[in-house]
Design a protein. Structure first.
Length: 123
């Protein structure tokens, strides 16, 4: 994965290729994001600094359901959407939902090193 990134940077230039592998981007967040983060941290609105519901905020799930429905000609509701803290969490939730002990899992190489841990936790 990293080698391919190096090749692309050599071909297209460092400024044209971004490394988002392993959740480790090599660029700084835009000023608008930093400002929004500061505003959220300083907010005194009730519930801002509380845990969200396990499936995610209903308004966010409803917005995602609407967007996916429109983009893919589907009919989804917020009950069809679960928000997670990143892809690793989503994979763990999915695998725990569909796997039974002893199930055989086939994974194509190369793969993210953590996949085997996720599978062994649930399969």
């Amino acid at each position: 994965m990293f080698e391919e990134g190096r090749k692309l940077k050599a071909e297209f230039g460092e400024a044209q290729v971004f490394d988002f592998s392993l959740g480790n981007p090599d660029l700084e967040p835009p000023p608008e994001f930093v400002a929004a983060l500061k505003a959220a941290a300083l907010s005194d609105e009730a519930g801002t600094h509380s845990y969200m519901p396990n499936q995610g905020y209903p308004f966010a799930r409803a917005a995602m359901a609407q967007k996916i429905s429109e983009e893919h000609a589907l009919t989804l509701s917020q009950d069809d959407v679960v928000l997670t803290v990143g892809a690793a969490c989503a994979l763990n939730v999915i695998l725990k939902t569909i796997l039974n002990p002893g199930d055989e899992i086939i994974v194509i190489k190369p793969y993210f090193a953590e996949y085997s841990f996720y599978i062994n936790n649930h399969g």
